[in-house]
Design a binder for this molecule. Structure first.
Ligand code: SF4
Length: 318
């Protein structure tokens, strides 16, 4: 694996056209060592910390099987409309104080338009003005190109839209929108001048080929930030009884994403609870970015603890 890591550092890029099974068969320790080497050589030592706020929660029309906020699932998730600007602004300032460099409003729902879109634009404008050092990201579903442009003008620089899994497996997870809708949204965000953050969730029943295909697709689309979530089964969703992935499986997924996406932010989102020490091992296996604080509907880890853990393994901060 050391040789493959060196080749990637020198410019080789893996694609779905080649046999990627070496990544599945390799000794896990060696695979992670190679991924860490690629990360250090091509991304350096800066860790990227981001934080999200659930700006509009629950009652979503879509039927994503993993999600607590889908109206098709019977969970006890909180339900509320678009948050007041003052709350969004206050939380943004709090995140900056904690040393978090990116902040995103995330909203439940197929898309966002009308009054809520206007409120979001106003909130982004205010945050951009009050905290110009904070990098603003947005995640509002399948938003139209012109509205994406308006978000960009309001100060948003990156748009988040997860592909969730592979194209083959996606219809097993959601049928109210398609994989093609997701890829089109990536294209629209780019057209609007936004960078793209897109990843997915593992442990939903997909196989290793799905994971390789998803990593290769995100490489082909040159996605600059890839959030990786490891399913925390939620009671009341169709995936509530899914067996959690093992630590070995999670580490292999993280390392594979680094080999295929050598210069991207490989961002660990939900699922660090499956590891000790805030998931330290993941940041020695190719990951270099983290969603810190609370997740949308599950509890995350404390930012100060994350910064300390990352500093211990040689990371610096933006
Ligand atoms: S993942 Fe998003 S689109 Fe899917 S059900 Fe949840 S909130 Fe709705």
């Amino acid at each position: 694996m050391n040789r493959l890591a060196d080749e990637i550092i020198e410019g080789r890029r893996l694609t779905e056209e080649e046999d990627l099974s070496i990544l599945l068969k390799a000794d896990l320790k060696e695979l992670c060592k190679g991924a860490d080497k690629i990360r250090k050589a091509l991304c350096g030592h800066k860790a990227d910390l981001c934080s999200i706020i659930n700006g509009r929660s629950g009652r979503c029309s879509e039927n994503c099987k993993f999600c607590a906020q889908s109206s098709h699932n019977s969970t006890d998730c909180e339900v509320y409309g678009f948050l007041e600007k003052d709350i969004l602004l206050k939380e943004c300032g709090h995140a900056l104080q904690q040393g978090i460099s990116r902040y995103s409003i995330v909203t439940a729902g197929r898309s966002m338009e009308g009054e809520d879109l206007e409120k979001a634009i106003e909130a982004y404008q205010s945050m951009h003005k009050a905290y110009p050092d904070m990098i603003l990201c947005a995640s509002h579903g399948l938003v139209k190109e012109n509205d994406l442009k308006r978000l960009h003008e309001a100060g948003v620089t990156m748009y988040h839209t997860n592909v969730e899994t592979s194209e083959r497996f996606f219809p097993e997870i959601c049928t109210t929108h398609t994989y093609a809708d997701k890829l089109e949204e990536i294209r629209l965000a780019r057209n609007a001048g936004l960078e793209v953050c897109s990843g997915g969730i593992f442990g939903m029943g997909e196989n290793w080929q799905d994971r390789l295909d998803m990593a290769a697709l995100l490489a082909r689309f040159k996605v600059s930030s890839i959030p990786l979530n490891f399913l925390i089964p939620i009671k009341g969703t169709p995936l509530e009884n899914n067996e959690p992935l093992t630590q070995e499986e999670i580490l292999r997924i993280v390392a594979i994403f680094r080999y295929l996406n050598p210069t991207a932010f490989i961002r660990i989102a939900a699922g660090r609870n499956y590891f000790d020490n805030s998931g330290k091992a993941l940041f020695c296996a190719g990951a270099n970015a983290v969603l810190t604080g609370d997740m949308l509907t599950t509890t995350g880890s404390k930012t100060a603890q994350d910064r300390q853990m990352l500093a211990e393994i040689g990371y610096t901060f933006a």
